[in-house]
Design a protein around this ligand. Structure first.
Ligand code: SF4
Length: 477
């Protein structure tokens, strides 16, 4: 199984973890190479679509509309899924979801389960709970398998093993599959994984999956993937347990027409996923004989109640924002200390974990807007980040240094007289810190206290002797 799931309650805070990650040059090389490749593929296939912006807008409208009527669509999903022979379970939080799934697996007599497409199971820490109950989970997505065998954690929502290169993967397979002579071509590695997994697919009778979408109109569930392992997991077991966040619902089957164009292009640069599985309930002639859906809230209702944070739930988990983010590209995913990394993690985790557990994440961004530009459903991530930063400041109380500094700035900016006085004072205060360069320009290389963070990695230009306003007043006499 994968190592202990990343948990912002216990993880090292982002600034410290990021510093450590940035010292790992191999990790940086792997992350940059993988994200460059995916971004180039994405740009190519997005460029083929003359109506890409219209599609994004439609995707946004679908998601916004769904969130505005989420209760209605969830109930519709439950009705239709039940009618088709599925059983719907509601889980308020991660503990309840774990309990339900472990209970269902035990009731099916399972001591092993095969798993697919399961960031949500990472979110609830399911693997550890299954192991504790004596049930061994086998990841079957190739990247998840690499993570599991390497006792590692996922670092990307679509490509969980993106931080590993081919040689590292080969070493894991050699060690864990006992294949000392394994070659190093992609074909060799894929063959090894296929042989390893095939036996599991044929033997294990209980499957656990995530979901890309839940379709209210039909009670159907949709999983998209590239390898076909998911399809094996969804069709071969006798019992299938799907766990999905309540935000995964879409109103109509036809909405997939839009979302299944946006998702694969944004996620992996494919025009369409090679495998798109959509199933509804059970059928006596084929497939699993028992089907359960666990609908997970785990903080989502609270996000829904926050009008500014709610857009976070529109996410279709494509990972494009991670690939585009200059911060993620430097640090990789583990530094976020959370199952969801990158820009989506920076807004989702603090809300799922009720802010106080993930205070540093809304600051893990340069607010450059690259994430907003690539998001297929137009989530304005920088806007949500600023909203969350406000919340952090509020939560830390009126006397925390940032709140005090912002209040002082606010007072200064509200009055021209105070603003001018502050400029004069600033010029005097900086004098002992200013050093001249060869061209006579003044630079500050060190600032005291909290401001020191700014000068740790850059110099600050000294204030000009004369402000624009003073120059303008003089000029106009
Ligand atoms: S926020 Fe947008 S870009 Fe990021 S994973 Fe979600 S849908 Fe994709």
């Amino acid at each position: 199984m994968s190592g202990v799931a990343l948990d912002p309650r216990t993880a090292v805070a982002f600034p410290m973890a990021a510093r450590a990650a940035m010292g790992d040059t191999q990790l940086q090389k792997n992350v940059r190479h993988a994200t460059d490749v995916i971004q180039a593929k994405r740009a190519r296939v997005v460029g083929e679509m003359p109506d890409w912006q219209e599609l994004r807008e439609t995707g946004k409208q679908i998601r916004q509309h769904t969130m505005e009527h989420l209760d209605v669509y969830l109930e519709e999903f439950e009705r239709n899924c039940t009618k088709a022979g599925g059983v719907v379970h509601w889980a308020q939080d991660a503990a309840e979801a774990r309990q339900i799934i472990v209970g269902l697996a035990k009731a099916a007599g399972a001591d092993e389960v095969i798993k697919i497409k399961s960031m949500t199971t990472e979110e609830i820490g399911l693997n550890a709970a299954l192991e504790a109950a004596g049930i061994h989970p086998f990841e079957t997505d190739l990247a998840e398998l690499i993570i599991q065998l390497g006792q590692d954690q996922p670092s990307h929502i679509v490509v969980p093993a993106l931080h590993k290169n081919r040689q590292q993967i080969r070493a894991i397979f050699q060690r864990e599959m006992n294949l000392p002579d394994l070659g190093e071509t992609p074909q060799d590695l894929a063959d090894a994984a296929r042989m390893f997994l095939r036996e599991k697919f044929l033997r294990v009778k209980t499957g656990v999956s995530g979901a890309n979408f839940l379709i209210a109109e039909t009670g159907g569930v949709c999983v998209v993937e590239s390898e076909g392992n998911g399809r094996m997991c969804l069709t071969l077991p006798e019992t299938l347990i799907t766990v999905a966040g309540i935000d995964k619902v879409v109103p109509r089957f036809q909405d997939l027409e839009v979302l299944l164009q946006l998702l694969p292009r944004s996620a992996t640069g494919e025009r369409m996923n090679p495998y798109n599985s959509i199933w509804t309930g059970v059928d006596a002639r084929d497939g699993p004989k028992a089907f359960h859906v666990v609908l997970l809230d785990n903080g989502r209702s609270e996000i829904l109640g926050d009008t500014e944070g709610r857009a976070t739930l529109n996410c279709i988990r494509c990972g494009a924002c991670q690939n585009a983010c200059p911060v993620y590209r430097q640090t990789g995913g583990h530094a976020y200390g959370s199952v969801y990394a990158g820009p989506i993690g920076a807004i989702l985790t603090p809300q799922l974990m009720q802010m106080e557990h993930a205070q540093s994440l809304p600051y893990a961004s340069s607010l450059c807007g690259a994430c907003y530009e690539v998001c297929p459903v137009k989530i304005n991530i920088p806007e949500v980040l600023i909203h969350l930063r406000n919340k952090v400041v509020e939560q830390n109380g009126p006397m925390n240094p940032e709140a005090l500094a912002m209040r002082a700035m606010g007072m200064i900016f509200r009055s021209e007289r105070r603003f001018r006085a502050a400029q004069r004072l600033g010029r005097v205060a900086e004098m002992p810190l200013v050093r001249k360069d060869g061209l006579g320009e003044g630079w500050i290389g060190w600032l005291p206290g909290l401001l020191g963070g700014w000068t740790q990695v850059r110099d600050l230009q000294a204030m000009p002797k004369e402000t624009f306003r003073e120059w303008w007043e003089k000029r106009n006499g």
